[in-house]
Design a protein. Structure first.
Length: 462
């Protein structure tokens, strides 16, 4: 249930963006912040929420997350201006950071029999596809019939019910030895992501050479440097930098960023195009994007089975080719592009995204010590949110720059640079998919595992 409302939130909010913009008189950058304020905070706090749950109790943290997410959703529906909506979206993300990673820990600790655990994780994974498929249609129906504020109401009954059921049925669990909280590392991550995102989104409006934007990027560079120095010297870092000696792990993190940048940018550009350029209603726009979500829902389980039997190379190659092809098909987007062409592009994008998710986590933990597999998976999840944040920020900035230059007359033409960038993201998935699954790359993973924790190598007897 927690994954359902978090998954729905992503696609529902995108469908509602044009209505939010008109009602709250929000510029394009304001719509970017409506999406990115959530993903930015989520990416910043995922690791912290996981370690907090290990220390304070997973059920307790999970319930607090549900209540926070639910209360913030209600506040979002009451927002009277754009600033309030963005602030409440950030509070929503604080709660959201306590849901998915903590819920996965709960599943792992509740289902101790491997076969039952696999079935539980299978059900968990299926909800991702269901939420993506339902989101555009449910969001479009609510926005068209009731208004954009109603998209946040759906979280309230589901969130409260999930909290009650969690208190009733989920056993409390904690880590035997909880990791210390790396406060400096956490602060530098927040500063890095916030300053980088702010600079990209606000650059077109304030001028790329303005002192504020230049200073913002300088803060991002300084934060990254300070983070690397701090993590290198800390005994229990937020992110163990030694992980990045593994080519598969590093590639998985970059693939996650590229793939979810493509998804975030795709949803953002496509929603505005269908409603503002093609004058479709929110419900019609949701129905038009349903083929993408449906393909993702159908193919995600197939990708998981292929990864289990043959490894991640084939799914990553299919994903990279499909994502690039789809975005290249939309590079020449215009106000008269045939809907059959759009339909084909959406289906192909759904194929790519359906195949990419399973091999990301598998590649991240491939060859890693079992004791560090959870941390490796958490970093991959954080990379997904970073990618979604950057995707919306970058393509929105490109559109804003094109519109401000005066050379482009409409959104469709101004979005073409964004589609080129998203096609490049697909190419990154393809190239890194080949590199990450090579024999030499697996060797670096093995050597990294031996250096970090040799007694718990994956594949050895426990």
């Amino acid at each position: 249930m927690s994954l359902l409302i978090v998954g729905l939130d992503v696609t529902i909010v995108n469908v509602a963006l044009p209505s939010i913009g008109r009602d709250l008189h929000a510029p394009l950058s304001g719509l970017q912040w409506t999406v990115d304020a959530y993903t930015l905070v989520l990416a910043s706090l995922l690791m912290l929420s996981g370690s907090t749950a290990d220390r304070l109790g997973r059920r307790r943290t999970f319930v607090i997350g549900l209540i926070t997410f639910t209360a913030a959703s209600l506040l979002c529906s009451l927002a009277s201006n754009l600033t309030m909506l963005i602030v409440f979206r950030m509070v929503q993300a604080v709660g959201g950071s306590m849901l998915n990673p903590v819920a996965m820990s709960i599943i792992t600790n509740t289902f101790t029999i491997p076969r039952e655990r696999a079935q539980a994780i299978g059900v968990w994974g299926a909800v991702v596809g269901v939420s993506m498929a339902l989101g555009p249609v449910v969001g479009g129906l609510l926005v068209s019939s009731v208004g954009w504020r109603s998209i946040f109401w759906i979280n309230v009954p589901v969130g409260l019910t999930a909290a009650v059921l969690a208190l009733r049925y989920i056993p409390e669990s904690k880590a035997a030895v909880a990791r210390k909280v790396d406060i400096p590392g956490q602060v530098f991550v927040i500063m890095l992501l916030a300053s980088l995102t702010y600079g990209i989104i606000e650059g077109p409006n304030r001028g790329w050479s303005s002192p504020l934007i230049v200073g913002t990027f300088a803060v991002a560079a300084a934060s990254l440097t300070a983070f690397l120095v701090t993590e290198h010297r800390t005994s229990e870092p937020l992110v163990d930098l030694r992980f990045f000696r593994s080519v598969p792990f590093t590639s998985a993190a970059l693939i996650a960023i590229a793939a979810f940048a493509a998804l975030g940018g795709f949803l953002f550009l496509n929603t505005l195009y269908l409603q503002d350029v093609r004058a479709l209603s929110p419900l019609q726009a949701g129905i038009y994007t349903l083929p993408m979500a449906a393909m993702t829902m159908v193919l995600s389980p197939l990708s998981g089975r292929i990864v289990g039997r043959r490894g991640g190379r084939l799914p990553l190659l299919i994903a990279g080719i499909a994502l690039s092809t789809s975005c290249l098909m939309l590079v020449a987007l215009s106000a008269t592009t045939p809907f059959t062409w759009l339909f084909a592009a959406y289906v192909i994008f759904g194929v790519g995204f359906g195949f990419v998710n399973a091999p990301i986590t598998n590649t991240a933990v491939s060859g890693m010590p079992r004791a560090q597999a959870g941390v490796a998976a958490a970093i991959a999840s954080t990379s997904r949110q970073i990618g979604a944040t950057l995707g919306v920020a970058v393509v929105g900035a490109l559109v804003s720059t094109s519109l401000h230059s005066g050379h482009h007359l409409n959104f469709a033409v101004a979005s073409r640079a964004g589609w080129w960038v998203l096609a490049g993201c697909g190419a990154v998935v393809l190239v890194l998919g080949l590199i990450a699954t090579s024999q030499s790359a697996r060797g670096t993973a093995r050597r990294t595992a031996e250096a970090i924790n040799p007694e718990f190598l994956e594949g050895n007897a426990a």
